[in-house]
Design a protein around this ligand. Structure first.
Ligand code: NAI
Ligand code: MN
Ligand code: ZN
Length: 336
């Protein structure tokens, strides 16, 4: 089988590998579609602190179960599945409180163990979620990115009377817009980005107001309107203090970033408005929720997709995704 392997930082190859056999408790998935994420590019360039090499990348993928390991119901063969990349131990403290995404022994498929940019992938059977026929194959790899929005929204508890502000209209910002509007019916979603093309995508994904903050700071453009719910989906360390300054009293702020640089905020700026800060990493068992959003057409995953390219064009696909945020959002790899 063909697999995209990052042999070491900076070196991406398409390798012929033996077909893997599912171990006890695992299924083998014949992958049909997989989408590229920023973290795949980071692993390629050696910028992901969690990655171990050599590694088959890819954590957003869809396929059909074609073999089952010991202890797995063999009738699962033939199921169309989306794969949750979060593999957890099931018994540590975070697992015991329903937070497997921060398990002490967390293994992320495509990061800590081999992933889905491969004709076949073996994964724990409990990570393979059956999809209803109403979700088409070519959009099914997008369940995973929407689980990021579902997870942060589980902390933020969006309400119809919220005025939301989202920093960043990349894939993460766009999934957040769709969730806030389509699932939680938030009255007003304001989106800030520096690229007009990305702001156009934000509008197409349901934003009510878009603001270009490349030259004029948001404080001047918001004209005193104070957002009650803020999501940082741009993840520059300077954004937290800006969000705190812009927020309404009693607002909630959600952070998704992994920067190692400090963010500077004062206790006074947080406590005087009694702001709530939440962070969110990957997802905790949110696949069923997002699958039902898709089934009920509360979200439109096709609005994120700009390109379909064959697995054999992986280098061109990854380069396009990385270098051209103006024309490119989600790139989906196709398998023959
Ligand atoms: P992206 O790079 O495609 O999008 C970021 C967008 O933010 C770009 O359009 C950029 O122009 C814009 N931007 C940059 N600085 C800005 C600023 N100061 N104000 C407004 N907009 C600004 O990235 P993507 O894929 O959407 O991911 C966003 C972030 O989310 C990344 O930092 C990534 O590491 C993080 N992430 C976190 C996850 C989690 O589970 N916590 C999961 C996936 C991504
Ligand atoms: Mn992803
Ligand atoms: Zn655990």
């Amino acid at each position: 089988m063909k697999s995209v392997v990052i042999a070491k930082p900076g070196e991406m190859i398409v390798e012929d590998r033996p077909l893997p056999e599912p171990a006890a408790g695992e299924v083998r998935v014949k992958v049909n579609y997989a989408s590229i994420c920023g973290s795949d590019v980071h692993i390629w360039h050696g910028h992901n602190p969690f990655a171990r090499y050599p590694r088959v990348i890819g954590h957003e993928f869809f396929g059909v179960i074609d073999a089952t390991g010991e202890g797995v119901d063999a009738s699962r063969t033939g199921e169309r599945v989306a794969v949750d990349p979060v593999v957890s131990c099931g018994h540590c403290y975070p697992c015991s409180v329903g937070r497997p995404n921060v398990c002490r022994e967390l293994q992320v498929i495509g990061v800590h163990r081999d992933g889905g940019f491969s004709e076949y992938a073996v994964v724990p059977a409990s990570n393979a979620y059956v999809l209803p026929q109403s979700i088409p194959d070519k959009l099914a790899s997008l369940v995973e990115p929407f689980t990021i929005a579902a997870n942060i929204c589980a902390f933020l508890k969006p309400q119809p009377n919220d005025v939301a502000l989202i920093f960043g209209a990349g894939p993460m910002g766009l999934t957040a817009i769709q969730a806030l509007k389509g699932v939680f019916n938030v009255r007003k979603v304001i989106v800030a980005d520096r690229l007009p093309e990305r702001l156009q995508m934000a509008l197409e994904n349901g934003a009510d107001v878009v603001l270009d903050n490349s030259e004029i700071p948001l404080a001047a453009q918001l004209e005193g309107e104070q957002p009650t719910l803020i999501i940082d989906a741009a993840c520059h360390p300077s954004i937290l203090s800006e969000a705190v300054a812009l927020a309404s009293p009693a607002a909630r702020i959600g952070l998704l970033g992994f920067s190692g640089e400090p963010c500077t905020v004062t206790q006074q700026s947080l406590t005087s408005k009694e702001l709530s800060l939440f962070t969110s990493r990957l997802n905790s068992h949110r696949f069923p929720e997002v699958i039902s959003w898709m089934e009920q057409q509360k979200i439109q995953p096709e609005k994120l997709v700009t390109h379909y390219l064959p697995l054999s064009d992986i280098e061109a696909a990854m380069t396009l995704f990385e270098k051209d945020p103006r024309s490119c959002c989600k790139v989906i790899l196709t398998f023959s």
